[in-house]
Design a protein around this ligand. Structure first.
Ligand code: NAP
Length: 347
């Protein structure tokens, strides 16, 4: 079977590189087009970017010449890792020109006709696309991924809905790769914790409510969970850790919660999508796990690890979750969306 050609917007960035690494041997998709800013335009990819990943830069992609981030030569399907300061305009231009844009940027996440996807949780939210073209006047479509910490957290919260998820308090410890490259200055982050990430905390409640919401009459009925978030940047390469406490409507034993984490499955597992981890949430029983240095790459970085479940004297339970921010939190998540759309006959 011929592989489907895809393009990458923001190909030279942290997320763009992760797309290239993950798609290098993908059975269905092949990277044939790269777009970035005027700084990179016209250069061979290997000269346009400082490759930061342990996986080798594939030769065929290294030779591609980076193009301006405008529709024209790009293939029908485009993954986006664009800086959010420019993603709004550029992604709309691609959608307007008939492309399917699968985006990691924040710009369209709260648009009422744009799905905010974690396919294990809300594969049915792709139904929103039925109204998107009419509402927006685009010939193409935009599908988005949630914020990288929100993805790890919401995957751990989704199986708790059966117990009546009411309230969430979360403090994140976010890796430096989450700030792009070169990201935070070494002088600022070494031996330090930065207790502020601009614009981050505000994303948690609306994104989680939308992801966990239900489609009713073509629109999302948001989940009523109340979320309070504090976000910090820590000197870790990859992996966002979230320390979480939850209040539940129903009494539940710790064993029931652990079973719910370990038993969590969704449409990607049902369809056996190429990037779907067999067990998307894994509860680790060791009392000092999960740790970014040990657990972030589980199942190619697509599995979220959970641990340290214990009673909380303020809410009901507390636990720690960890997800790979540029894989499950960005490029891997977007590729999983594309795989889902292919299998659902939407490409
Ligand atoms: P990054 O390393 O700073 O990369 C940004 C990319 O945007 C680069 O390819 C850059 O191209 C391109 N760009 C910047 N200005 C442009 C312009 N005027 N026209 C066209 N392209 C332009 O950032 P990142 O960490 O990969 O993040 C990319 C997006 O994903 C952001 O919206 C971010 O919020 C989101 N995200 C990031 C993570 C993460 O863990 N890093 C996780 C989830 C979501 P040049 O190299 O040519 O400047």
């Amino acid at each position: 079977m011929a592989r489907i050609e895809v393009g990458i917007l923001g190909a030279t960035g942290m997320v763009g590189q992760q797309f290239i690494a993950l798609l290098a041997k993908h059975p269905w998709f092949k990277v044939s087009w790269l777009g970035a800013s005027q700084r990179s335009e016209g250069k061979a990819y290997r000269d346009a970017t400082a490759w930061r990943l342990p996986a080798a830069l594939p030769d065929d992609v290294a030779k591609l010449v980076v193009e301006t981030a405008a529709p024209g030569n790009a293939p029908k399907i485009v993954f986006s890792g664009l800086d959010s300061s420019v993603a709004g305009e550029i992604e709309a231009a691609f959608a307007n020109a008939g492309h399917l844009v699968i985006s990691n940027s924040k710009n369209y996440r709260q648009d009422t006709t744009v799905p905010l996807m974690i396919p294990e949780i809300n594969a049915d939210h792709l139904k929103l696309l039925d109204c998107q073209q009419a509402a927006r006047g685009w010939k193409g479509r935009i599908v988005t991924n949630p914020n990288c910490s929100v993805i790890a957290l919401t995957m751990a919260l989704a199986p708790l809905r059966q117990f009546g998820l009411q309230t969430v308090m979360v403090t994140t410890m976010q890796a430096i790769s989450g700030a792009g490259y070169p990201g935070v200055a070494s002088w600022d982050i070494l031996g330090n914790v930065i207790p502020f990430i601009d614009g981050e905390e505000e994303k948690f409640q609306p994104e989680i409510q939308k992801i966990l919401g239900r489609v009713v009459n073509g629109a999302i009925d948001p989940h009523p969970v109340v979320v309070s978030a504090s976000t910090t940047r820590v000197p870790v390469h990859d992996g966002h850790t979230v320390s979480t406490a939850v209040k539940l409507e129903q009494q539940a034993t710790p064993e029931a919660l652990v079973d719910a984490f370990n038993g969590f499955r969704g449409r990607p597992q049902e369809l056996k999508l190429p990037s779907a981890p067999p067990q998307p949430l894994v509860y680790l029983t060791e009392r000092n796990r999960p740790q970014p240095a040990l657990d972030v790459n589980r199942d190619g970085g697509m599995t979220v690890s959970v641990g340290r479940l214990r009673r909380c004297p303020v809410l009901d339970y507390k636990f720690i979750a960890l997800g790979h921010n540029t894989i499950r939190g960005a490029a891997g998540a977007a590729i999983l969306n594309a795989e889902l759309m292919r299998e659902e006959g939407m490409l």
